[in-house]
Design a protein around this ligand. Structure first.
Ligand SMILES: N[C@@H](CCC(=O)N[C@@H](CS)C(=O)NCC(=O)O)C(=O)O
Length: 208
């Protein structure tokens, strides 16, 4: 059995899959793909027609879209299960993942993290207007998530779930920006959740 992860080292989505692979104790090979490179190999476009990362190959089976990959890994391989037992908790898990994808990724990661942390670290030009736009959008997202995460150990209840992996990877990037870390402290449930999970081995191990 072989698992290959097509990934870019700084990809937040690739990191979500790596967190899940680590939680499931699965070993895998990494094939590095830069989704921003003009000369992306045609062979990768055959795997991912939208030319993003990550993608997964399990023997002959290939899959792209992070939430599909993480659910597949969880269902296809041995416990621990990363999906909660009750329908309510599973509904909440999927809701948090969808919020992360549809509302949080662009402002928290592509605007705040990329322009406040990533670009300066690599000597690239950062756009202050992007940082401001992300920070302006963030309170509504953090408020919504603050209303949803449980006061239990993890986002949806007593087990570490796919929602913790998904949101955790994005929250780590957002809070690498000082303004992000400060803003999070205004949302006590979310801040408490992040304090409980941020030093988990799967998060530390996958930190770029
Ligand atoms: N919907 C995709 C999003 C993946 C995604 O946006 N990945 C980023 C890296 S974190 C990427 O490949 N970006 C390249 C680009 O925007 O052109 C998923 O869930 O996997």
């Amino acid at each position: 059995m072989t698992l290959e992860l097509f990934n870019y080292p700084y990809s937040v989505y690739g990191r979500i899959v790596r967190i899940v692979l680590d939680e499931k104790k699965l070993s895998y090979d990494v094939r590095e793909i830069n989704p921003f490179a003009a000369d992306m190999p045609e062979s990768y476009r055959a795997i991912h027609p939208f030319a993003r990362v990550p993608a997964l190959r399990h023997d002959e089976f290939t899959l792209y879209e992070t939430s599909a990959i993480t659910a597949y890994l969880d269902e296809r391989f041995e416990p621990p299960s990363l999906q909660p037992a009750t329908s309510d908790e599973r509904g909440r898990m999927r809701q948090i993942i969808a919020i992360a994808d549809n509302y949080a990724y662009i402002p928290l990661v592509r605007q705040v993290f990329a322009h406040r942390v990533f670009r300066p670290a690599f000597g690239e030009t950062a756009d202050e207007a992007e940082v401001r736009g992300g920070l302006d959008a963030a309170p509504r997202i953090l408020r919504a998530l603050d209303d949803l995460v449980t006061a239990d150990a993890y986002a949806t209840g007593p087990i570490f779930s796919l929602a913790d992996a998904h949101l955790g990877a994005m929250m780590d990037y957002f809070t690498m920006a000082q303004e992000g870390a400060e803003m999070l402290t205004r949302y006590p449930n979310l801040n408490g959740w992040w304090a409980r999970i941020k030093s988990r081995p799967s998060l530390l191990l996958t930190r770029p």
